[in-house]
Write a protein that binds this ligand. Structure first.
Ligand SMILES: NC(=O)c1ccc[n+]([C@@H]2O[C@H](COP(=O)([O-])OP(=O)(O)OC[C@H]3O[C@@H](n4cnc5c(N)ncnc54)[C@H](OP(=O)(O)O)[C@@H]3O)[C@@H](O)[C@H]2O)c1
Length: 260
């Protein structure tokens, strides 16, 4: 199958492209530095020629409220238009578990808008909602800084390794469209403040994490179970303890932005 991976040079995208190629598929990494820009439309028609599926694992370069909304709306509109013209039969997009419960956050309003455009389009689709990536734990600390301390609500989450995200998204991409949402998550639950503190300690990062019931998550107030997937979620295999003890060179942190 020819599968175009939008954001194919990113944290998830680069893993997905490699895994699809290992499975014998023709995976095309599409991103601005490979000549494909979903916001301007540059290179899209050419990249999508003959593609059976498009997997969108791109992310906005800016997480400022208006910029991120503009990115996901224009990028998704362009993608769906070019996919219809090219006869693409499956649009797969990576979103986040709990997105609909996080509308107080500008970032998540943009993900809600992305999902809505996909659901309203004529292209068969699968929306894959993943839990937080282990690679994002440091980024989570960066966007949750108040002064020199990290303020996070003491709530549950079920994070997962980027490799497992890529594996699960890849198997959904080569299957039939769900025409709905599929949740994926990690094998264990943690308290978010405790795991971020463990990750920082492992990195030798001296920042202290404060369990603050009033702290916001990406700008939204959340409760104990807001970030947890449902019982039907497909689970990755990698445990945090295994992931964090890999040789450091194998771990690539997710990009983060200053205070969202
Ligand atoms: N972080 C988490 O814990 C988490 C959890 C669940 C779901 N997600 C979702 O996972 C997705 C991927 O995240 P990630 O961390 O893998 O992202 P990432 O590493 O930041 O990669 C983003 C990718 O998007 C590409 N891109 C940026 N602007 C583009 C444009 N105009 N046209 C085409 N491609 C463009 C980038 O290309 P360049 O490198 O050339 O700029 C890069 O390949 C996001 O949609 C996010 O919402 C994240």
């Amino acid at each position: 199958m020819k599968i175009v991976v939008i954001g194919g040079t990113g944290l998830i995208g680069s893993r997905l492209v490699n895994q699809l190629r290992e499975r014998g598929h023709e995976a095309v990494a599409a991103a601005p530095n490979t000549g494909v820009n979903t916001v301007s439309g540059e290179g899209l028609a050419e990249a999508l020629k003959g593609a059976s599926a498009v997997v969108d694992v791109s992310n906005s370069p800016s997480w400022e409220d208006a910029a991120v909304l503009k990115f996901f709306e224009s990028s998704t509109r362009n993608l769906l238009t070019y996919e219809a013209a090219a006869g693409v039969g499956h649009h797969v997009a990576l979103s986040v578990v709990g997105t609909q419960r996080l509308s107080a956050s500008g970032y998540f309003r943009a993900k809600i808008a992305q999902e809505k455009l996909i659901k309203e389009s004529s292209i068969p689709y699968s929306i894959v909602q993943a839990t937080q990536f282990f690679e994002f734990l440091k980024g989570l600390a960066d966007i949750s800084l108040v002064g020199d301390k990290v303020h996070l609500p003491p709530v549950l989450f079920q994070p997962m390794a980027a490799d497992d995200v890529a594996t699960l998204v890849g198997s959904i991409a080569i299957g039939s469209p769900a025409n709905g949402t599929v949740e994926i998550g990690g094998p264990e639950q943690f308290r978010i403040d405790e795991l971020v503190q463990r990750r920082l300690a492992h990195l030798g990062d001296p920042r202290q994490v404060i369990a603050d019931p009033n702290a916001l998550y990406s700008g939204a107030k959340i409760s104990e179970r807001t970030l947890l997937p449902g019982n039907d979620a497909r689970l990755g295999e990698t445990h945090f303890e295994t992931w964090v003890n890999q040789p450091t060179g194998q771990i690539r942190n997710a990009k983060s932005q200053p205070a969202a």
